[in-house]
Design a protein around this ligand. Structure first.
Ligand code: ZN
Length: 244
């Protein structure tokens, strides 16, 4: 069968081969053994570079599901050269790839995950990374996986909210002023207001709390998946943002 892939990660195997981890909309995460790929004569070339979008031909049997697949060829579809030349865009794309890789083999969301990652790579190719792009990506990923936090409604009484009065993990998201009562909110009011704006689709890019909104969604994903500790690309992205 032919399938599209986006390469998430790869590492050397022996002197001349790569093990390539890639996301396919049809199969989920694939482990590919690409023999002789480091040779100049290899027909795979850039098609198996990290973050490349390619079409590969594989022999795949959904009932057997081998752990390592040997692809026949890889035809490069998109290399995203502009995205690669912008350090922050590249770091942002690497973080997305690392998160999807860590979320693992589960196939059921692969089609949506693939589509959403490809959209973002195309966006980063055409535009520089925007302050809000990672928050949007993380929020959508929560949606795809089926555990987006409820932010525009109180998780206790169901009242519509312009902004949460507090965030209660046990409720799966926001709580209203009335339900909060005399308790103190654990969050900065500016953050809650901006998170409320974000949840209600009022996406002001000049918001100051984007890093905190990213952190909130990332924390939410961590809690629900238990699989996102030690994200190396997160530190790398933070470093690129500090560059002048
Ligand atoms: Zn309430």
């Amino acid at each position: 069968m032919k399938t599209q892939i986006i390469v998430l990660h790869r590492y050397a195997y022996g002197d001349s081969s790569w093990i390539v981890k890639a996301l396919s909309p049809d199969v989920g995460i694939l482990s590919l053994l690409v023999k002789g790929a480091k040779s100049k004569k290899s027909q795979f070339k850039a098609g198996i570079d990290p973050l490349a979008h390619s079409e590969i031909e594989i022999r795949y049997n959904r009932h057997k599901n081998p752990s390592l697949i040997i692809p026949k060829e890889a035809a490069l579809q998109n290399y995203f050269p502009k995205m690669r030349s912008n350090l922050q865009s590249l770091a942002s794309a690497q973080l997305m790839a690392e998160i999807l890789l860590k979320l693992g083999k589960e196939k059921s969301h692969a089609t949506e995950e693939f589509k959403w990652l490809l959209n973002n790579l195309k966006f980063l190719e055409l535009n520089a990374v925007k302050e809000n792009s990672l928050s949007i990506w993380l929020h959508e990923l929560c949606n795809i996986l089926g555990y987006a936090p409820a932010l525009s409604k109180c998780g206790r009484c169901g009242q519509e909210l312009l902004q949460p009065a507090d965030l209660w993990p046990a409720l799966g998201g926001a709580v209203c002023e009335t339900c909060l009562g005399t308790r103190k909110s654990g969050y900065d009011p500016i953050f809650l207001q901006e998170l409320g704006n974000f949840a209600n689709g009022k996406n002001h890019e000049k918001q100051i709390s984007w890093p905190r909104i990213e952190n909130y969604f990332l924390g939410h994903l961590k809690t629900h998946t238990g699989a996102l500790e030690n994200l190396r690309s997160w530190e790398w992205l933070t470093e690129t943002r500090r560059l002048p």
